[in-house]
Design a protein around this ligand. Structure first.
Ligand code: HPA
Ligand code: ZN
Length: 326
């Protein structure tokens, strides 16, 4: 349709993307083959069939298992470069990506191999596709604060090449307050602060992310809608929420895209953006997310423009770069 073409034509920014969640089944087989790793699947279709999740944890179990094929610096490079090549086709011009360092270092992979593979691909992607990018070190919240501190220390040689730190993995039972000190330390180092909150967790987790972690963006934030005072605050602060429609559908945060709160959030004046989260696992990259949610909620051209603009406003880009792409 005309709206689909409009969406495809617009330059976009993506602010919520886990690079390990862009690992496509074909790539998983290729890396398993070259690294001599046995997979519990015999075909690409087997993998896609296995991607049926009842909640966040069911997804995370397969997500962490899948990334075990990532072994070498070249694997991290190839993973990242393939993602950039893919979103170039979606006219995505700027990305801020998370990586889950602890999910690799706990398997014995060197931190340097992980981050240098990713950073080298980001650099090459800018040269080849003109996509600007930032990298965010995301702490796994099911692990201890001490483990997060250790990971922050490992990142020391790269502080000037990191935009900030994030917080992801199993939300329930792991409130933002668990990471108060490591976020304070990250802030003192000049890093930006991001946290997943209100995906499965209650509104109080969003308050904690704001008040205790002092985050610069909220990832997901859907459940903020259960608390009017919280909504008012997020609106008045202009806090960016990085919403991920197909992720919400696949993880049963919503039962149907027609019941997704994105349009309500927009109408309330929340600074919502559209993102893909883990595109390989959730069945779509950034344009698919825009198109599927636009169709389900009957979004207008103005809605789409607002969402795209929110993406650039919530991004860490120079004004000159914004002018160039928008
Ligand atoms: N939520 C929490 N942890 C994650 C996600 C998510 O959507 N994707 C990858 N790790
Ligand atoms: Zn996420």
């Amino acid at each position: 349709t005309q709206l689909h073409e409009f969406i495809k034509s617009l330059p976009k920014a993506e602010l919520h993307l886990h690079i390990e969640g862009s690992l496509e089944p074909e790539q998983m087989f290729e890396m398993a083959r070259r690294n001599g790793i046995a997979l519990p699947y015999s075909t690409v279709d087997d993998i896609r069939t296995a991607y049926a999740f009842g909640n966040l944890q069911e997804f995370l179990d397969l997500y962490y298992a899948g990334m075990s094929v990532l072994q070498t610096r070249q694997d991290f490079y190839d993973l990242t470069y393939a993602y950039l090549q893919r979103i170039h086709a979606d006219n995505c011009r700027h990305v801020e990506i998370f990586f889950d360092a602890q999910a690799h270092t706990e398997r014995g992979i060197a931190f340097a191999d992980v981050i240098e593979g990713i950073l080298n691909a980001l650099e090459q992607g800018e040269a080849d596709f003109g996509i600007t990018s930032h990298l965010i070190l995301s702490f796994l919240r099911h692990l201890s604060e001490e483990d997060a501190f250790k990971t922050l220390e490992q990142a020391e040689p790269y502080y000037d090449r990191l935009l900030g730190v994030g917080l992801d993995s199993s939300e329930m039972g792991h409130p933002p307050s668990k990471f108060e000190r490591v976020f304070a330390k990250s802030n003192a180092l000049g890093l930006k602060l991001f946290a997943h909150a209100g995906e499965e967790g209650p509104p109080i987790y969003v308050y904690e992310a704001l008040d205790i972690l002092k985050v610069d963006r909220i990832d997901h934030g859907n459940r903020s809608l259960e608390d009017d005072a919280l909504v008012n605050r997020l609106v008045s602060e202009g806090m960016t929420l990085t919403v991920c429609p197909l992720s919400n559908l696949k993880l049963c945060v919503v039962d149907d895209l027609k019941n997704h709160p994105l349009k309500t959030m927009l109408d309330l004046g929340l600074a919502v953006t559209v993102n893909s989260d883990d595109p390989s696992y959730f069945g779509g990259y950034i344009n698919d997310n825009y198109i599927r949610i636009a169709d389900a909620l009957d979004l207008s051209k103005d809605d789409i423009v607002k969402l795209v603009k929110n993406g650039f406003d919530g991004a860490y880009m120079s004004d000159a770069r914004k002018c160039e792409v928008m």
